[in-house]
Design a protein. Structure first.
Lengths: 84, 377
């Protein structure tokens, strides 16, 4: 049982990641709760997709580099999935 | 590219700036957009013209938060802008988040960089994973605006949709030692109209600079080598103005705009670039056209427009009595020159597609040749 479990529950990065994956990587709304369970299949897949797209090391984990990149200003090109 | 590969079916596109940000003067906004479109224009057959009313192919808006396309902006930071792939209506349009602080430089969000990226979407490109590419999705405030150019991935992407610009020569440079494969936009070595940006010796070889490239003529090889400047000196800009070698220092100095660099072999020396005014040029001088060092007399000549200055390498100072008119002391080579270097005791001046062999002792032109004569053309 992690000692910092309570802190992790309040980790704001989960919301940030959820919104980011929804906005830019077509994360379906119905799996958004999975973001809190970080090792769930759809989320890991989306994180890997994002890391590949950003030229980062593809780990499927929310490492420091990935979180830092999510926080940087970017282009919000409309989600192309909606147009297909 | 976007799903379905949307692209424009015409090569002339219109754009309209529907409204302006208050962060910048209107002229600065116009200029940023013109420059951003030009970046794409240079590598494709596409051309752009601005219209002031009616529906343009690319409609440009500054807006905040929600404004009708159901993809609201988010205030300062994070999303800076977005754009739609080619097509009618909202497609092709570009929206800038006016909660950002738009700037001409990097003190805020640079409008040119973001616009160039978004226009890439308007033309049909999606995102690239190469962090050095313009179409990388994350804004890079460290991009050097003075050396901005599209990455090869950007060029490959847009040319896969529209092809190269019509002025590109299909003839790349030939030769077994060629190091850069011919690609659209590459200067052709034996083009009779070829001119050079700068020419310099380097450790017994001669370098002919043109745009992003240079030819390297060595006595050891029958064919000149052809390289990207960035392959040898990644931090140098393209489109150099001037270059010259000081043999006894084993250093080549190269000039672009109001900066110059010192190269020793493939190394750019520490402390460079320096301001070109350091050696004693007047503050108003904006760039050097050509330069050459006379090893025997320990003098370096700097050519600017129709004048030239002379620098004494011994005293490391600009000589009195300069600038002088090029036409007075180098008859027939001017009034302006693109490049110059010294070989066999002669100065070889380049002006457009012509080259003038000048005997400094007789003070006269002894031969007029094609500029690419040194490349065995």
């Amino acid at each position: 049982y992690p000692l910092n479990g309570a802190v992790r529950e309040k980790d704001p990065s989960t919301d940030l990641v959820q919104v980011h994956l929804e906005n830019y990587y077509d994360l379906a709304k119905d799996v958004k709760q999975c973001v809190r369970r970080r090792h769930s299949g759809p989320v890991v897949k989306k994180i890997r997709e994002m890391q590949k797209c950003l030229g980062l090391e593809v780990t499927g984990k929310l490492d420091a580099d990935t979180l830092a990149m999510i926080r940087r200003p970017r282009c919000g090109v409309p989600n192309v999935g909606q147009f297909t | 590219t976007f799903p379905g590969l949307p692209k424009w079916r015409k090569t002339h596109l219109t754009y309209r700036i529907v409204n302006y940000t208050l962060d910048l003067p209107r002229e600065a906004v116009d200029s940023a957009f013109e420059k951003a479109l030009k970046a794409w224009e240079e590598v494709t057959p596409l051309t752009f013209s601005k219209i002031y009313e009616g529906e343009a192919d690319i409609m440009i808006f500054f807006a905040v938060r929600e404004r009708g396309d159901f993809i609201p902006f988010d205030g300062s930071g994070n999303v800076l802008a977005h754009a739609y792939p080619p097509g009618p209506g909202v497609d092709g349009d570009v929206h800038f988040d006016d909660d950002e602080l738009w700037r001409e430089d990097k003190s805020g969000t640079n409008l040119f960089l973001v616009a160039a990226h978004e226009f890439g979407h308007s033309l049909g490109l999606y995102h690239l994973a190469d962090p050095t590419a313009l179409m990388y999705p994350v804004y890079n405030p460290l991009t050097d605006l003075t050396r901005f150019r599209l990455a090869q991935d950007d060029v490959n992407g847009i040319q896969s949709l529209y092809g190269p610009p019509p002025t590109s020569s299909p003839d790349g440079p030939a030769g077994p030692t060629e190091s850069v494969p011919p690609e659209p936009g590459t200067p052709a070595m034996c083009d009779p109209a070829l001119s050079f940006d700068a020419v310099s010796s380097l450790r017994g070889e001669i370098l002919f600079f043109k745009d992003r490239y240079f030819w390297r003529r060595s006595r050891w090889y029958l064919e000149p080598e052809f390289h990207l400047i960035s392959t040898f000196w990644p931090s140098l800009p393209s489109g150099l103005d001037a270059a010259y070698e000081v043999n006894n220092k084993d250093t080549v100095f190269v000039f672009k705009g109001n900066h110059f660099w010192a190269l020793r072999g493939t190394e750019v020396q520490a402390g460079y670039p320096k301001d070109i005014h350091t050696p004693g040029f007047p503050p108003a001088l904006g760039k050097i056209d050509a330069a050459v060092s006379d090893e025997e007399k320990k003098k370096t000549y700097f050519f600017v427009e129709d004048k030239y200055w002379r620098f004494d390498e011994n005293s490391q100072s600009m000589e009195r009595g300069f600038p002088r008119q090029i036409a007075d002391d180098f008859p027939r080579v001017g009034p302006k020159v693109d490049a110059v270097f010294q070989e066999f005791g002669f100065f070889y001046f380049f002006r457009g597609p012509l080259q003038f062999e000048f005997d400094p002792n007789a003070k006269m032109v002894t031969h007029v040749l094609k500029s690419n004569n040194w490349l065995y053309c």
